[in-house]
Design a binder for this molecule. Structure first.
Ligand code: BEZ
Ligand code: FE
Length: 295
């Protein structure tokens, strides 16, 4: 025989209230705010959709699979955050830029430390024979349009097969990455190949989610940059190809109009291409980065 103890939690709302009570003693005020909102939203969501036990268990399996796929080369949780649009919401809330400053966008899971410092015109794609040569040039400026000398550009992109170096199981070396500095006029010059659109890794839980919801895995062609300089806020961003068919439906929601560029095709040699021994056809794109002062 068992007795009922009066006042014990019995309804769903009682459980939610009791969980919140248990977190009341959280000493860190911000952590308390976050945990409270998390519990309220999480419980609210479960109640909203009337989650079944089978659905709850498959969510646990999904998150388990997401974690199990993560290692130093594969970051399935970043992919999940990106494809759910969470990364871009966090980006937008945390990087409100004054008029004229270069907008930021997702960092993504493919940045690697240790890229080589390169001189102006250094080629980040020395082993990419399939791509069309491209030169990216421009300046790094402050909000008044003054050049920033010695600014640092960390550049990376997928190769012309749409893969990052870390996605090749049999290769460890860094490729399609470089560190550049601006000259005394704030100018930079990067040699690479024209980027292509590519599918994000979709052989794991994130791919399952995309297929189950009839979504595609494509990102429009882009080149990644982190641009930084003393006294300025660094900007993590991309430049995008204005002809790309996936600009309107980037699977990670990262396109901003101000980052869309025109890649100009050249069918004849000019001085710059001759100096860098680039054969036509090749592409050029000009993009100025504008940094805001550090707060
Ligand atoms: C990327 O552009 O490298 C990227 C960003 C988000 C998810 C996957 C890839
Ligand atoms: Fe990318």
């Amino acid at each position: 025989m068992h007795t009922t103890v009066k006042g014990r939690s019995t309804t769903e709302d009682d459980i939610t209230a009791e969980v919140l009570r248990r977190f009341e003693g959280t000493p860190d005020v911000r952590l308390r705010e976050i945990v409270f909102a998390l519990v309220r939203h999480l419980h609210g969501f479960v109640k909203d959709v009337n989650l079944t036990e089978a659905e709850w268990f498959s969510a646990i399996q999904f998150l388990t699979g997401t974690g199990q796929l993560c290692d130093d080369k594969r970051q399935e949780f970043i992919l999940l955050s990106d494809t759910l649009g969470v990364s871009m919401v966090v980006d937008l809330m945390n990087h409100r830029k004054p008029e004229g400053a270069t907008e930021s966008t997702v960092f993504g899971p493919f940045h690697r430390e240790g890229a080589r410092e390169m001189p102006p015109g250094g080629n980040i794609a020395p082993r990419d024979d399939g791509g069309s040569p491209m030169m990216i040039s421009g300046r790094v400026l402050d909000l008044s349009g003054r050049p920033i000398a010695g600014a640092r550009l960390d550049v990376w992109q997928a190769d012309s097969s749409g893969l990052y170096d870390s996605q090749y199981a049999d290769r460890d070396e860094l490729h399609m990455r470089g560190l550049f500095r601006t000259d005394s006029d704030g100018r930079y010059l990067v040699r690479t190949v024209r980027p292509v659109h590519y599918a994000i890794p979709n052989d794991g839980p994130v791919g399952q989610m995309l297929r189950a919801t009839n979504r595609h895995p494509w990102r429009p062609a882009h080149v990644h940059f982190v641009v930084s300089a003393d006294g300025f806020e660094p900007v993590t961003t991309h430049i995008f190809d204005d002809t790309d068919p996936y600009l309107e439906s980037d699977t990670v929601f990262a396109v901003k109009d101000s980052l869309i560029c025109h890649f100009v095709r050249h069918d004849a040699r000019d001085d710059a291409s001759q100096r860098l021994a680039i054969e036509p056809p090749f592409y050029t794109v000009d993009f100025d980065f504008v940094l805001k002062p550090r707060a």
